[in-house]
Design a protein around this ligand. Sequence first.
Ligand code: GTP
Ligand code: MG
Length: 182
Amino acid sequence: MDLPTKRRALLKIIVLGDSGVGKTTLMNQYVYKKFSQQYKATIGADFVTKELQIDDKLVTLQIWDTAGQERFQSLGVAFYRGADCCVLVYDVNIHKSFETLRNWHEEFIKQADPADPDAFPFVLLGNKIDIDGGNSRVVSEKKARDWCASNGNIPYFETSAKEDYNVDDAFLCIAKTALASE
Ligand code: GTP
Ligand code: MG
């Protein structure tokens, strides 16, 4: 059945972050409920779609997974344009992946060039909280939340793509955040 257009929304979500933090794995867990231990670098960018109902709207998330490795990045400005939300991902066990969030954030704003950069919706995910029962984490939840607070109150989720922890909640927030800004 065709829904009236005002009850449908297609939302473009772009996922950014260092290589190996788990961008592809999070997406596969969310969309296919599958986890793979094996690392296979993403080359270029690819998207998957997922439909969900939010209030009276049928929302189609178009989730763009990107390459963290510089040599596999080949995204032009057009790729970023029209994004409704940018998801930043880091690994709570690797400090460098937290430090580079600033660069990913900056790069996104530069490329996407949104009308109001301060109001553009981001969501931050701190992934791999399962590793070593949390004993090997080097970025505290507080530190991450402070970063979010000082960057325009970015919503924050701690996730495990392996254990499927907080993945649905995070993407629901991502969808709602994107929808609100559409
Ligand atoms: P690029 O495509 O190079 O940018 O990397 P990526 O961010 O897509 O990382 P990817 O999803 O391929 O995950 C890298 C490795 O981390 C894989 O071996 C995954 O199995 C593993 N991994 C991802 N998420 C988790 C997690 O939550 N917990 C654990 N223990 N391992 C994870
Ligand atoms: Mg990947």
